[in-house]
Design a binder for this molecule. Structure first.
Ligand code: SF4
Length: 346
């Protein structure tokens, strides 16, 4: 069965031409899917009935279903677990901020990098998501938000998996999300988070898309980073990573964000803040301090608020742009991969 969300406009035109249908039918179908989030072909009332029936027997719009939907009591965060056609599961999270509604997307089933503090890495890697499965997270969630007249305004590629390890599908999805005939979210409202895969950061920079690059840093030196993120840091140590991030900022004109999950007595000492300030310096970059979202079975705990404030103060005094990010979703097992992991254990 073919899937609309997997298919480019050009391929859809070609497939319809084999049925003797004109090219504008593809535009109509894509409009129903992307602009109206039509749940099935029977709703596409400006298509001939025979075509709707033919589509229904040969095509699906989206090949994944919501398996779990949980919201915090205040609805500032909602988590979705999706079941894919091969029964694998992935997670996406909606977060409501004052600036809009942000959707955190997964790009792989599981993850191969095995960072010590991460639920997604704990079960290893299964496979890359297809373009349609990346788009499908938005499509299914936007259908739910449509009921409240809400729209996803920002995208963050920060869910399960490493987006740059699924480079081609992630890049195609970025383009489709930006395409005004499809989703129409500007690149400036997209953030892609990576552990720091240098060749792929360089490939992304060459595309010159004005998306924000976020680096999962979590440590200011290789000794500590190798304990927290052993696989990636062995391949791409900080002395190589930071200059490539600077080049990304120069090439795209977008500042780079460094994500730093604050873990009690692990990476939150003020001396480490000073080390981080020296490592980064004052080029157009920004540090996000994130109170660590604890996961089952991990030996890490969130830093105290006082420690986080002290860490922030040191960076500010060194001229580094820094904010403390609100940690949403603790009530819904907000750390990526956590809810899926719990379902796999039961
Ligand atoms: S932090 Fe990112 S790269 Fe590391 S294991 Fe988790 S999902 Fe993979």
């Amino acid at each position: 069965m073919n899937v609309i969300l997997e298919t480019s406009k050009e391929d859809l035109i070609e497939q319809l031409a084999e049925w003797g249908e004109p090219a504008f039918r593809a535009e109509q179908i894509l409009q129903w899917v992307y602009q109206h989030r039509a749940s099935d072909f029977s709703r596409m009332t400006n298509l001939p009935k025979a075509l709707r029936e033919r589509l229904a027997s040969n095509w699906r719009i989206c090949d994944m279903e919501v398996a779990v939907h949980q919201a915090t009591p205040t609805r500032d965060a909602e988590k979705f677990v999706f079941q894919l056609s091969d029964k694998e599961e992935i997670e996406s999270v909606v977060m409501r901020y004052h600036h809009g509604v942000s959707l955190c997307l997964s790009t792989q089933v599981g993850c191969s990098f095995g960072c010590a503090f991460c639920a997604s890495g704990a079960f290893g890697f299964s496979r890359n998501l297809t373009v349609g499965e990346i788009m499908g997270q938005w499509y299914r969630i936007q259908q739910v938000l449509d009921e409240e007249d809400e729209r996803v305004t920002h995208l963050v590629f920060m869910g399960m998996g490493e987006p740059l390890a699924n480079f081609t599908n992630t890049l195609t999805a970025l383009r489709r999300f930006q395409d005004s005939e499809k989703v129409g979210i500007s690149y400036r409202r997209m953030t892609l988070s990576t552990v720091g895969l240098i060749p792929e950061i360089e490939r992304l920079a060459a595309e010159s898309l004005p998306i924000t690059l976020a680096i999962s840093l979590h440590a200011p030196n290789d000794y500590l980073r190798s304990q927290l993120m052993p696989q990636v840091n062995a391949r791409y140590p900080l002395k190589d990573l930071i200059p490539v991030c600077r080049q990304y900022a120069e090439k795209t004109g977008r500042r780079v964000t460094f994500e730093y999950a604050m873990m009690k007595d692990v990476n939150d000492h003020p001396e480490l803040a000073r080390e981080l300030g020296v490592l980064l310096g004052t080029w157009p970059c920004h540090v996000n301090l994130i109170p660590f979202n604890p996961i089952d079975g991990a030996s890490f705990a969130p830093s105290d608020a006082g420690r986080i404030a002290e860490f922030e103060e040191v960076l500010k005094m060194m001229g580094v742009s820094v904010t403390v990010r609100r940690s949403l979703g603790r009530d819904i097992e907000g750390a990526c991969g956590q809810l899926r992991g719990r379902r796999r254990k039961t």
